[in-house]
Design a protein around this ligand. Structure first.
Ligand code: AMP
Length: 192
């Protein structure tokens, strides 16, 4: 099974990704994690990405599309993958679609997306959660101004994906408010 986790920053994608990975044993592909690792290692990719990430802006499409293209060639994604934090723009979603079609036509496994799990959380709750996380984790992109920008960027550039995937018949809406375990249960019942 191949899935996409969609939702605003602070919706709980990372938390739920861990539970999904455990149950379905799929490759967890988080562009945020890959980028943060590159920043830490000060690679060329990391140097390019850092200035965008620190401002809460999106890293350019061609950069993240390149990351995903490379990642989906790796063996562990053949038996199923979960994309967490990608796609984030319509351009990324369209590239993903053609990338997966191409891989399928080359006989490289079943590469279609089965579900887009959309974690829905009201905006005010996101702000509160991200401030809590800023204090707990000290992420450099969790300061007040950057948090606001990340939420704005989500509504401007990423939220159009909700309709995009709804029209493809792939969108699974999950209420992202409430106890973590209840949300996990909702997700399992929809994708399981
Ligand atoms: P995340 O951990 O998914 O919230 O990602 C942290 C930051 O990495 C984002 O605020 C962006 O700057 C960058 N990033 C992660 N995924 C993407 C993506 N698909 N497109 C553009 N930028 C991304």
């Amino acid at each position: 099974m191949n899935i996409i986790l969609l939702g605003p920053p602070g919706a709980g994608k990372g938390t739920q990704a861990e539970f999904i990975k455990e149950k379905f044993n799929m490759a967890h592909v988080s562009t945020g994690d890959i980028l943060r690792q590159a920043v830490k290692e000060q690679t060329d990719l990391g140097k390019e990405a850092k200035s965008y990430m620190d401002k809460g802006e999106l890293v350019p499409d061609k950069v993240v599309i390149g990351i995903i293209e490379e990642r989906l060639q790796q063996e562990d994604t053949l038996s199923g993958f979960m994309l967490d934090g990608f796609p984030r723009t319509i351009v990324q979603a369209e590239s993903l679609d053609s990338m997966l079609n191409e891989l399928s036509s080359k006989g490289k496994g079943d590469r279609k997306i089965h579900h887009v799990v959309y974690l829905e959380v009201p905006e005010q709750e996101l702000v509160n959660r991200l401030h809590g996380r800023a204090q707990a984790e000290g992420r450099s992109d969790d300061t007040e101004e950057v948090v606001k920008n990340r939420i704005k960027v989500y509504f401007d550039q990423t939220s159009p994906l909700i309709d995009f995937y709804d029209q493809m018949g792939l969108l699974r809406r999950i209420n992202g408010l409430g106890a973590v375990a209840d949300i996990t249960e909702q997700i399992f019942s929809v994708i399981g």
